[in-house]
Design a protein around this ligand. Structure first.
Ligand SMILES: Cc1ncc(COP(=O)(O)O)c(C=O)c1O
Length: 397
């Protein structure tokens, strides 16, 4: 076997040790210890001053009046959606090409998702599609900044206000993104961020609901505490979705590293894009030059006819090289078991890009501390797999 033989065909894996899909950049433990010591000595492990301080720091970083820390982006989405007061049974537009939690928010609130397509290049919902898909029964839109690529916030807000529907942003990937030079967070009625280990700001588990709406903020604040205003007379069905003090300390120290993380990810994305662009059948998520993606994920789009393999096959070949990838998203929402009662045959014709991306989009490893040589190794592996694409395709079929 020569060095040009891909590992999936018996060559030596290029990545030794392997490259994981995500490598969380955590603050050094020593930096956190003084705060953890004080939390352990006073016993106040949840709902305390650290969560408040984290909330203030996020609000300041995003330039929004209200930022409420919660236990996850999913719980934040459920509560923010509930706060919008959308009537039971109402229709909600949601992209099919997204993570399951975007669709869970309306369903948990007894609303009906109507899946819409995304733009195949930006991977976000585009304003024309939203305008066309709104029906007299639509009461809300859930838009996503996919992989950190800012959605067209202003155009979507204009449509929502003209058509009298609420707009919620699933901004799970949005910390580190800039929309027209400014951080996301103030769009729609609320934007909800995630703080899990694949994100740029990490609290182990956690989320933040950012909003300019004082009433919505108050609802989320109560809702994360069962709906209990403090006198045990529960006002509405809330959750336990509080952020613990331990998570908040980690989140705050991680937040201080956000700009560096976004800069590294943008540099590495641009390095991989430059090197992979000449390969036939490889393209990239289109980011508006006025914006910055957080690159929560760096995703390539394959044309299987030109590249010789689809995303699933390239993922398999990279795994043999020791490089982990994810086919985000497969299945897409309208294919998931949980959402089948909201799908009908005509929906499938309306969602060609979501279906195409399910076979074509592959997220490569991306870290907030990725090195140039790691990025180069990923590209070298893709190049040698491409040179042998026909043999690999035959092997995998
Ligand atoms: C688009 C999107 N929305 C929501 C979530 C849910 O976030 P969490 O795991 O913090 O609940 C994720 C998870 O990564 C996501 O990718």
């Amino acid at each position: 076997m020569t060095n040009s033989t891909p590992a999936i065909l018996g060559g030596t894996p290029l990545a030794q040790p392997g490259l994981p899909f995500a490598r969380p950049l955590l603050p050094p433990l020593d930096e956190l210890l003084p705060e953890y010591r004080s939390i352990f000595s006073n016993g106040m492990v949840t709902t305390g001053p650290h969560a408040e301080r984290f909330a203030e720091a996020v609000a300041e970083a995003l330039s929004v009046p209200f930022a409420i820390p919660v236990s996850s982006c999913t719980s934040g989405l459920l509560l923010a959606f509930q706060a919008m007061g959308i009537p039971r049974g109402a229709e909600v537009l949601i992209p099919s090409f997204t993570f399951m939690a975007s669709g869970l928010a309306p369903v948990w609130n007894q609303c009906r998702p109507r899946f819409i397509d995304v733009d195949i290049e930006t991977m976000n919902v585009d304003p024309e599609t939203v305008e066309r898909e709104i029906t007299p029964e639509t009461r809300a839109i859930v838009a996503v900044h996919q992989f950190g690529n800012p959605a067209p916030v202003e155009e979507l807000e204009a449509i929502a206000s003209r058509r009298g529907v609420s707009l919620l942003f699933d901004s799970a990937h949005g910390l580190g993104s800039l929309y027209r030079g400014k951080p996301l967070g103030g769009g729609g009625r609320a934007e909800v961020f995630s703080l899990t280990p694949t994100k740029l700001v990490i609290a182990a588990e956690g989320g933040v609901v950012a909003t300019r709406d004082a009433k919505l903020a108050e609802h989320v604040r109560l809702g994360r505490n069962y709906g209990n205003p403090g006198d045990y007379d529960c006002l509405f069905p809330g959750l336990n979705a509080r952020m613990s003090e331990l998570h908040a300390v980690l989140g705050l120290h991680s937040l201080h590293r956000l700009e560096d993380a976004a800069a590294v990810r943008n540099r590495m994305a641009s390095r991989m894009r430059d090197r992979l662009a000449p390969l036939p059948g490889v393209s990239f998520q289109k980011i508006d030059p006025r914006d910055r993606s957080s690159y929560k994920d760096f995703c390539i789009i394959l044309d299987p006819a030109e590249f010789g393999l689809d995303a699933h096959q390239l993922g398999e070949a990279l795994r043999a090289e020791g490089i982990q990838t994810r086919v985000y998203y497969s299945p897409v929402l309208h294919q998931m078991t949980a959402f089948q009662s909201f799908v009908n045959d005509s929906d499938l014709e309306r969602l060609p890009n979501s279906i195409a991306l399910e076979r074509r989009a592959l997220s490569l490893p991306m870290y907030s501390n990725m090195t140039g040589s790691e990025a180069d190794l990923i590209c070298a592996a893709i190049e040698r797999i491409h040179r042998n694409a026909a043999t690999i395709a035959a092997r995998l079929s």
